[in-house]
Each structure stands twice: as structure tokens, then as C-alpha cells.
Design a protein around this ligand. Structure first.
Ligand code: GLN
Length: 216
């Protein structure tokens, strides 16, 4: 029997349970990450075939990542090619630059694995939360998408592929992006009944594991 994929879901804060449920529904084994497992030069994170960063509050999560000594090891995993997916606050943690709703740069702890600049709470107060249906290139058509105080990507480098845009206050803005095996969405597929995004991410994780996975 083939070993199920083993996914680490960051569980310091936010909507991690919903990701866990979705990934388990898709057949993966899930471990919630609250501290560094330890026991190897990679901090034990190499046991995972992929990592998920949930939505929540990116400043708090970033601070807790630093406190728990998880920031650097997670960055190393992403740089080594491990598939990483971040939704909403998870997207913010992945970006190289973060700005506030007014466009001014904010210094907050982040992984910086995505060559992109993100604006927090970009949809403003009136549309703090909304739902829509989206086509996400190469992933799924007509996906239910839930936006909660969502960020948008304001600019990104040539290695970042935009998978989907939504009309926002700054015009049509990227809300789903990919850079190699790093993925991010402004919205929350884990809060819907549609598991296609997670199933697609698990396929990327499977391909990575089949190709040898983490360098030993
Ligand atoms: N606005 C939140 C932040 O900036 C993200 C919201 C979310 O994850 N639902 O961290």
C-alpha cells in the first residue's frame, strides 16, 4: 500500500483545523505544527511532503513563528523545494514585501518565499468579507471562494505566475499565485465544501515526493 502523503499544517493561530479536515478528506495524513519537531539538521520538518499556512492574523502568526524558532526552518524547507501553500494570512507570510491598506510598507516577520508585494486588508471595510466564484488557472473552474479581510498581491516578479485575478479597489488584482512549488490564495478554499484546490496541492506534493522529496 502507498504511504499517505504527510502534510504539516501550521497551527499556531487561525483557521488550521479547516485545512486539516480538508486535507484528511483528500486522503492525506496531517500533523499540526506548533513547535519545531526537532531531531535533525532540518528541524524534523523534512518528515512532511508539504506544508500549509492557514488564514488568521499574519502579524500574530509571524511573531509566534519567531518565538517558536519556526521561521528559519520553514523558510529553508520552502527554499529546498518543499511544496508550501498559504491561504490569506498564510499568503501574507509567504510574500517578500507587506504593505498596509494605505500602501505603506510594514515590517512584520515573514518567510519571503514569494517574490511579491502584498497589501493587507485590501478590500477595505465595506467588503471586509465576501464570497464569489472563480476560475483558478490549471486548478479548478467555478470554485467557491471566501474572502475574509483579504489581502491582494499588488506587484510580483517574473517568476510568479498569476492563476486568478479579482476586481478590487486597485483594479484586477492577483488573488491566486504560484512560484515553483509555493502557492498562495487570498481566499479560503478550506472554508468551502470544494476540496479541488487541496486535492490539486496534494498532487504537487505527491510529484515532489515521487521525485525524491527533501534532499537528504
Ligand atoms: N487580514 C488578515 C491579516 O492581515 C488576514 C485575514 C485572513 O487570514 N482571513 O493577517
Amino acid at each position: 500500500m502507498v504511504e499517505p502523503l504527510h502534510i504539516g499544517v501550521l497551527a499556531l493561530q487561525g483557521a488550521f483545523r479547516e485545512h486539516r479536515i480538508m486535507l484528511e478528506k483528500c486522503g492525506a495524513k496531517v500533523t499540526e505544527i506548533r513547535r519545531l519537531p526537532g531531531g535533525s539538521p532540518w528541524g524534523g520538518l523534512e518528515m512532511f511532503d508539504g506544508i500549509v499556512l492557514p488564514g488568521g492574523e499574519s502579524t500574530t502568526m509571524g511573531r509566534l513563528l519567531v518565538d517558536e524558532g519556526l521561521l528559519e526552518p520553514l523558510r529553508t524547507c520552502g527554499q529546498a523545494g518543499m511544496p508550501v501553500y498559504g491561504s490569506c494570512a498564510g499568503l501574507i507570510l509567504l510574500c517578500r514585501e507587506v504593505e498596509g491598506p494605505d500602501g505603506a510598507l510594514i515590517e512584520q516577520p515573514r518567510l519571503g518565499l514569494l517574490d511579491a508585494r502584498v497589501r493587507r486588508n485590501a478590500f477595505g471595510r465595506q467588503a471586509d468579507s465576501f464570497e464569489t466564484r472563480l476560475d483558478v488557472k490549471g486548478v479548478a473552474c467555478d470554485m467557491e471562494a471566501v474572502f475574509i479581510r483579504a489581502p491582494v498581491i499588488v506587484s510580483c516578479g517574473p517568476s510568479v505566475e498569476v492563476l486568478c485575478r479579482v476586481e478590487g479597489p486597485l483594479g484586477p488584482s492577483p488573488v491566486a499565485v504560484r512560484q515553483g512549488r509555493v502557492f498562495a490564495t487570498s481566499f479560503h478554499p478550506e472554508l468551502t465544501a470544494d476540496s479541488r484546490f487541496h486535492a490539486w496541492f496534494l498532487n504537487i506534493c505527491l510529484a515532489w515526493r515521487s521525485a525524491g522529496g527533501f534532499p537528504s
